[in-house]
Write a protein that binds this ligand. Structure first.
Ligand code: ADP
Ligand code: GN1
Ligand code: MG
Length: 360
């Protein structure tokens, strides 16, 4: 994307000041993110091309984000820093449509740190506080939210996609993947049994973030404390266990999500304890018994789902996630599977930590 085009798109939005430069930012797998720097004291902005192949109704998604952030703003001390601020286009819309692409802008929050990996239990604790607080702030949000990606963390839906992808085998990769496919199939019943507890209401639903990896949280650079959850594209109604599980997948991994050296990848119990402590500091008073019961399992569930999603995308010819090289999705599959096995081995210890932290 050339800079002239980006400047023209930025000018479709109601920005203060004069745009000085526009540069790519972050390592998201789905959208294209840029920072828009302005001259002098005017605020800086985040400009994003939302991936409309993945989010089929970007206008509805932006309505979700506006509603949720306005709700949070009414409750926090510093509304301009403790959540995203959506900037409208000059025509009043929450997005600009340019040549079939959808663009959106929000304020760049200054004085923040973001991470691709958690490097200390202190950071994991803060991350847990951040998502626990995000859910707590939205506990009384009653407006219906659009489902921005159908069946996002619904494993029954994911298995339907999986079966169709295996049957279609569009790039002929299935024949090389007997072992990897067996990792998925051998856990099918266990994962569906968990999801049926959500379907029958045993596990309640709430407004949740649904993409809680560490890079989607901002920390205050001065204090090191958590500031807010960003990347709100997937805010929807689901079980809050998904947010916990996805964060555990991210914060407890001693390696990278796509580590080629599987020896680097383990689930770190100290990070699990710290994240759990932070999360429960915000949530323990309102959680119900079934949520405590499945809290540790949610880490296994979302990590399993991620193995399935990376492998399914590889089988599908790498259409969903951005990849940096041929076979990247298969490397991700192996690394996430190693993490899943590490969690399975330490599952009893994870449950013991939940029991210990629940009563603190
Ligand atoms: P993606 O959907 O591609 O993952 P994100 O919305 O997560 O994109 O943004 C990518 C990165 O940009 C984040 O990890 C964070 O470092 C930075 N970022 C995004 N929004 C803001 C913001 N409003 N203020 C400061 N930094 C931000
Ligand atoms: C994607 O957009 P990003 O990079 O924050 C994905 C998540 C995956 C994650 C894996 C909308 O998150 O579900 O867990 O990659 N987001 C979407 O790193 O599919
Ligand atoms: Mg992101």
């Amino acid at each position: 994307m050339n800079n002239e085009k980006l400047f023209a798109i930025a000018h479709l939005f109601d920005l203060e000041g004069v745009v000085a430069e526009i540069k790519p930012l972050g390592e998201g797998f789905i959208n294209d993110t840029f920072i828009v720097r302005t001259e002098g004291d005017a605020p800086n902005y985040i400009l994003q091309r939302k991936n409309h192949l993945i989010f089929p109704d970007v206008p509805a998604m932006m309505e979700n984000i506006l509603a949720v952030t306005e709700h949070i703003k009414r409750k926090v001390e510093d509304p301009m820093r403790e959540t995203l601020t959506v900037i409208r286009a000059k025509d009043g819309k929450l997005y600009a449509e340019v040549e079939g692409n959808f663009w959106a802008v929000c304020l760049f929050i200054e004085g923040t740190s973001s991470y691709d990996r958690a490097d200390s239990p202190k950071l994991a604790y803060q991350g847990g506080v951040g998502i626990g607080r995000f859910q707590a702030l939205l506990a009384d949000f009653t407006k219906p939210l659009s489902e921005t990606i159908k069946g996002f963390h619904n494993i029954r839906h994911r298995f339907a996609q999986w079966d169709a992808t295996i049957a279609a085998d569009p790039v002929g990769r299935v024949k090389e993947l007997e072992e990897e496919i067996s990792w998925i199939e051998s856990r099918r019943e266990q994962m569906l049994a968990f999801w049926s507890k959500v379907e029958d209401g045993t596990i309640p639903t709430h407004v949740t973030h649904n993409d809680t990896k560490i890079s989607n949280i901002l920390f205050d650079a001065a204090s090191g404390e958590v500031l807010c959850a960003i990347d709100l594209d997937t805010v929807m109604s689901s079980t809050s266990l998904n947010d916990f599980g996805d964060a555990i997948r991210s914060y407890t991994n001693t390696g990278a999500e796509d580590d080629k050296n599987l020896d680097n990848v383990e689930m770190d119990l100290e990070m699990f304890r710290a994240y759990t402590a932070g999360y429960l500091s915000q949530q323990r008073a309102t959680m119900v018994e079934s949520e405590f019961e499945y809290l540790a399992f949610s880490g296994l569930y979302i990590t399993f789902e991620q193995v399935l999603r990376f492998l399914m995308d590889y089988i599908d010819g790498d259409k969903y996630y951005k990849t940096a090289y041929e076979g990247h999705n298969l490397v991700r599959t192996h690394a996430q599977y190693k993490l899943l096995q590490s969690m399975e081995r330490q599952y009893e210890d994870m449950k013991a930590i939940v029991a210990e932290q629940r009563n603190k």
